[in-house]
Design a protein around this ligand. Structure first.
Ligand code: FES
Length: 275
């Protein structure tokens, strides 16, 4: 039913899957996500939406192969299919005219950032983007981000492209040079935490898209619980985007590590059966 119509490898261990899902492609808005299951006995994992094609009725998702489920997903072929796909889930990003917006993306977080940057640009904002990765080989969506940004900055940890260092170094510099009205950051939790730290003293509205462990995606199980402004929120229904200055990042990172051991075991078991 959820047939894979195209598959690409964008960078080492970074895959893109375009899946046939006409209803979702019609309904999804920037900022929302999907939850998939590779097979009947598989776990449910949330994935971001990198692109939508209403004409073709497809949804494209981009992910990094890190554990058993993402590796299994990455091993599917064009023409193959997923057991199920739920979405669009979560609240769309609030797209309006803020003025000058900085979009910060790290790793595969650049993929969902693209649709949001595009919508922000269409809404009349000046969009400055900063995208980063560990090395230039892992940098994705540079061309796409270029198309929807007035200015594009690149940062790599090893200096193989753009600024040698973190996206937050570039952000810090931009903030001291000009007035920024809003910052949107999507990437690894440590990166989003660092972005919040940079913008807070300047009181710049900052949104981050959180990526906790999820199960049902409908607010029932509590797996995606996060603390925002001292209140308990469920990322899948109240988010995934929240005010970065109110998020308890330490708690989020601790909770993301909850099943590290189990994840390792599952991956080892899967590798033994498939290699
Ligand atoms: S994933 Fe279960 S409550 Fe959000």
């Amino acid at each position: 039913m959820y047939r894979i119509v195209a598959k690409k490898e964008l960078a080492p261990a970074v895959k893109s899957l375009t899946i046939n899902a006409p209803l979702i492609s019609k309904k999804a808005r920037p900022g929302q996500f999907i939850i998939i299951r590779v097979d009947e006995s598989g776990e449910r994992i949330p994935l971001t939406i990198a692109d939508l094609d209403v004409q073709q009725g497809t949804v494209t998702t981009i992910f990094l192969e890190v554990g058993k489920t993402t590796k299994q997903l990455g091993s599917l072929k064009e023409g193959g299919s997923l057991a199920d796909l739920a979405g669009p889930l979560g609240k769309p990003t609030e797209i309006k005219k803020y003025g000058k917006v900085v979009c910060v993306g790290g790793g595969v977080g650049v993929a969902p950032l693209y649709l949001e940057a595009k919508a922000l640009k269409d809404a009349g904002n000046k969009v400055i983007s900063i995208i980063g990765a560990r090395t230039k080989e892992l940098l994705i969506f540079e061309k796409e981000m270029q198309q929807v940004s007035d200015e594009l900055h690149i940062a790599t940890d090893d200096g193989s492209k753009g600024h040698h260092g973190f996206v937050t170094d570039v952000l810090q510099k931009l903030i001291t040079e000009q007035n920024i009205d809003m910052v949107l950051a999507i990437g690894p939790t440590v990166m989003m935490k660092a972005v919040a730290k940079v913008t807070k003293p300047h009181n710049i509205k900052t949104l981050v898209s959180l990526n906790p462990i999820m199960v049902d995606g409908t607010g029932m199980c509590g797996a995606c619980r996060v603390t925002v402004g001292g209140e308990t929120k469920f990322t899948c229904v109240d988010g995934p985007e929240f005010d970065a200055h109110l998020v308890d990042f330490e708690e989020l990172m601790n909770r993301q590590r909850t099943y590290l051991e189990e994840e390792k075991v599952a991956l080892e078991r899967w590798k033994r059966c498939h290699h």
